[in-house]
Structures are given as C-alpha cells and as structure tokens.
Design a protein around this ligand. Structure first.
Ligand SMILES: [Fe+2]
Length: 281
C-alpha cells in the first residue's frame, strides 16, 4: 500500500507496540476538541433519566439492555450528531497520527458514543462482556476507545484486553461446543475468565482501560480483530460509562464497515481457519 513513514520517535515506538502487543495509547489531546463539543452537546441531557426511562420500556435483547448509542438515538438532533461526527471525520491530526503509525493511509469510518449502564437483568459474563475477538476485518483495522467520564473499580465498566504476547494472532481459543449450532451465536467463541485460566495467567497478562481512576483517560488504539478483549459491565446501580468509539479502516479495505463484504467474509474465514486451535476443555 502507501508505505507511510513514521514522522517521529513516538510513532516509531507505537508502531512497534501495535505489532508486538496489538495496541498503543495516545494522549487525550488528539480528541480534546471532540470531547469539549460532546460535553457541550450532551450537557442538556439527563443521562440518569435516559437510563431509567429505558428500563421502564425495556424488553431489548442482547446488548440493547445495557447500552445506548447517543449518535444512533433520538436524544440528540440530527444536526448535533453530524457536528460531532464531522469534527472527528475531519480530525487531520488524529488521522495523520494513526496512518503514520500503521504505515498506510487509514480513515475513521464509524463512530459511536456509547453509554453502558447498569441493568439488574444484565449479567457480567454474557455476549461481548466475555473474552472474544472481533471478526470485522482480516487486516489493518484498529479501534479507538476514549473514555469520557470517570469510572472507578466500584462502578465497573472497564475494558479488559490481552496483549498479543499472551496469545498471538495465529492462535485461537475454542471449546468443543463452540461448533454446536444449538449454542447461541451471542455466546459462541466467547469465554469466561475461568475458562481462559486453564490456558493463561489472567492476573499476569490482563490489561485494563482506563489503567487508573484519574479523570483524564488516554486514548486506547487497539486491534480488536487480533487481541482478545471484553468489557463494559457496569456492576453498580446509578453508574454509567460514556465511551467514544471510533473504527479506523485502511483506505483500501474489506471490512464489516466498508468495502466488499463478501471478500471480507472470505479473508476473515481463511485467516481464522489457519489459526492454531487451543482447546480450553
Ligand atoms: Fe469486541
């Protein structure tokens, strides 16, 4: 592809981190304007009311019972949503930084502003709150996670991930009933802590975002198609997590978000087939 050069030492370090570990972090300065605009915009919203109103009418299945995407909701006007999205789509500094670090031109292609909230019906180990990989691109895609509010160990909502040094992209976890079509897709190829513990020492390898309780979190840039990850479980009533989520794709891409979806299916299928299986049971 374009073979971009890193333009400074930090990008060089981050490039190596992405290759060796599957992630790196950036200063929150890269999304400062966006963060300010988001707070200016959502200032008028009563987030606690949005959450409690939702509980009243809630018969959502799956992630719908603990997540609201403000950019995909009626809580913001079309204009407000577009202002936020456009500011991100036009953030040259961030696009340059990611492109130079990855080594090829890439672009933000999907943006979500997620509220993860407590729901007594929602359990910790279900769906994407269990260890999994995304399957949305065969190569080149990274996702950005930027926490906008403060969460603490008592509230939960943290994002957990494993570096590629703990489990490389050429290996995959499986349990026998993953191949059973009776098992719900929502839980297939997704594992609980105790299942992974048979293969690796989670205490030793698990990375946590944010890594501390400061009110300013860094930006996490991670290859979620190769790094196992889980998260977003709010464990205490009255708490929520506000997270900006941006997907970056190579300018020439076959992913869930863009390009030829059929080719994406073939590429990810081939990649997955060649992965060495690690049976957890
Ligand atoms: Fe995921």
């Amino acid at each position: 592809m374009y073979n971009r050069k890193t333009s400074n030492y930090q990008q060089e370090i981050n490039k190596k981190k992405l290759k060796d570990n599957g992630f790196f972090t950036l200063s929150d300065d890269f999304l400062k304007k966006e963060k300010d605009l988001i707070f200016l915009t959502i200032n008028r919203l009563n987030i606690h009311k949005i959450i409690t109103d939702k509980e009243m009418i809630n018969n959502n299945k799956g992630a719908g019972n603990y997540v609201v995407d403000l950019l995909n909701s009626n809580y913001l006007s079309l204009n407000e949503k577009n202002e936020i999205k456009n500011l991100i789509f036009q953030n040259k500094k961030l696009i340059e930084e990611i492109s130079n670090t990855l080594g090829f031109k890439c672009l933000p292609i999907s943006i979500n502003l997620m509220i993860n909230h407590f729901n007594k019906e929602s359990v910790e180990f279900e769906g994407p709150k269990q260890w999994h990989r995304d399957n949305s691109a065969a190569a080149g895609q990274v996702k950005i996670f930027f926490l906008l509010n403060q969460i603490q160990s008592q509230s939960g909502g943290h994002f957990y991930y494993l570096p590629l040094t703990a489990i490389g992209s050429h290996k995959k976890f499986v349990i026998k009933n993953d191949y059973d079509s009776q098992k719900k897709l929502w839980n297939r190829f997704r594992y609980k802590d105790h299942e992974l513990k048979t293969y690796l020492d989670l205490n030793k390898h698990t990375q946590i975002y944010p890594s501390n309780d400061n009110d300013r979190a860094d930006i996490l840039v991670i290859n979620t198609n190769d790094c196992y990850h889980k998260g977003g479980y709010i464990k205490k009533e009255g708490y929520y997590r506000l997270l900006l989520h941006i997907v970056f794709d190579p300018a020439l891409a076959f992913t869930d978000q863009r390009g030829n979806y059929f080719l994406k299916r073939i590429f990810t299928y081939v990649k997955n087939t060649f992965r060495e299986k690690i049976f957890l049971d």
